[in-house]
Design a protein around this ligand. Structure first.
Ligand code: CMC
Length: 396
């Protein structure tokens, strides 16, 4: 009763109601990305993501997100060259990665490696535009190298060096698979990166902004965001989608799977979104990219399972506004590209670093440290109990 009164007192004092998950609560102002969840529209700096995916490159889109405008030819060339020059990573980072357990998850490896960059470039000169530019370039350049390096290191091999004659996405696929990718595969991968680059104040971006608001270095900002992205309710769902599709096995089993999951109140991975009440526009494009991949490189039977599940879900979940999200079809594209399943979320991070860095810059431009309040629901004031007077029940 006392606890309840305390909670109500605090609630009455601020006049603000607790909204679990901050659902619908604006926590910042941002000019980076806009989502119309009713219409299924997503824009980066005002440009529809569908147009960017069709016409832009990932590095051009990253430039747009971070600096606010599409680059001129000269600006883009300079940015591409800077990124290319910073792709290599220090032998010290490589050697550190060799000490990581091969069985560890690549997202944990990425979080640690990204954080380690702060040891090398930790001036924290966040008032200096050159420092900001250099940090942006380094993070965009080195994160793919780190993801590919861990893949080879955990197989007992040395990482391979980036190739200067290959563009950003082709070079990543080369460092990962040790083979120069087909140009169509590289272009489709680049389009996937564009689609994942930014999505307003999602959990990892919020995490990035909270960390940025303390004025710490950008490597800590990105490392905290990587840790947040790793969870299965966020970026980690793309791995679980493939596992689920394999469990279902064939499109004929989709209805029974859904019925059982709904009876057991299990969530369907790759479905639902806090913002969208229709099919995620990125899922629409990723589905067409998957079809393009299959037309060129051979079909994947899991795509039929996915289509069966989507159709069966329409009548069961559609009325609640639950449709495929970005993670539903992305794994099928990555699988066809030869990317191992536990690298799907690190690949998401390679792309989302552009959005995190855009939010880092924006946060620094009008910073106030994040410090929300809480509604306390714990015990009221209590007298100290000496240890010899405590019973297991009182400890529980
Ligand atoms: N399958 C079945 N029911 C669902 C699902 C789902 N995937 N998602 C939401 N619901 C239901 C949920 O059971 C609840 O129903 P009720 O009101 O009857 O209890 C209602 O919809 C609201 O769900 P919620 O969990 O409160 O919604 P949220 O906005 O907090 O969660 C979400 C959004 C994405 C975490 C959630 O939809 C989910 O867990 N989806 C599965 C995991 C997934 O695919 N995550 C990737 C998200 S998109 C990429 C990214 O952001 O990284």
């Amino acid at each position: 009763m006392a606890q309840q009164q305390l909670a109500e007192l605090r609630h009455a004092r601020t006049g603000i109601e607790l909204r679990p998950g901050l659902d619908g609560v604006p926590a910042t102002q941002s000019a980076i990305c806009d989502i119309d969840g009713e219409q299924g529209l997503l824009t980066y700096r005002g440009y529809p993501v569908s147009e960017l995916a069709a016409n832009s490159s990932f590095l051009e889109t990253a430039y747009l997100l971070i600096w606010g405008e599409l680059p001129t030819r000269d600006q883009l060339t300079a940015f591409e060259q800077e990124v290319q020059m910073h792709r290599r990573m220090s032998f010290r980072v490589r050697d550190m990665m060799k000490c990581f357990p091969a069985t560890g998850h690549p997202m944990d490896a990425l979080q640690s490696s990204a954080a380690s960059l702060g040891l090398f470039y930790s001036r924290r000169a966040i008032d200096d535009p050159q420092y900001i530019y250099d940090a942006v370039v380094r993070l965009i350049a080195k994160i793919p190298t780190m993801v590919a390096a861990f893949q080879l290191i955990r197989k007992g091999q040395d990482p391979i060096q980036p190739r200067d004659d290959l563009a950003y996405s082709a070079n990543f696929l080369y460092m990962l698979t040790e083979r120069e990718p087909d140009p169509l595969a590289a272009r489709i991968f680049d389009r996937c990166l564009i689609l994942h680059a930014e999505h307003s104040l999602n959990a990892s971006t919020f995490s990035a902004r909270v960390t940025a608001s303390t004025l710490t270095d950008p490597y800590a900002v990105v490392a905290s965001a990587v840790g947040t992205l790793a969870g299965p309710l966020h970026g980690g769902a793309n791995e679980d989608v493939l596992t689920m599709l394999e469990q279902i096995g064939s499109s004929e089993n989709a209805e029974a799977y859904l019925d059982e999951a709904m009876t057991e109140k299990r969530k369907i991975m790759g479905f639902g979104h806090r913002e969208y009440r229709v099919k995620d526009p990125r899922a629409v494009i990723l589905q067409s990219l998957a079809e393009e991949m299959f037309a060129r490189f051979g079909h994947d039977h899991l795509y039929d399972v996915a289509r069966g599940l989507e159709l069966a879900a329409e009548s069961r979940l559609g009325a609640k506004g639950i449709f495929p999200n970005v993670d539903f079809y992305s794994g099928l594209v990555y699988r066809k590209l030869g990317i191992p399943r536990d690298l799907f979320t690190p690949v998401f991070a390679i792309s989302r670093v552009a959005g995190w860095l855009a939010h880092w810059r924006e946060q620094l431009g009008a910073n106030r440290i994040f410090r929300p309040s809480q509604i306390y629901s714990g015990s009221g004031p209590r007298a100290w109990t000496p240890i010899h007077e405590r019973s297991p029940a009182s400890a529980a």
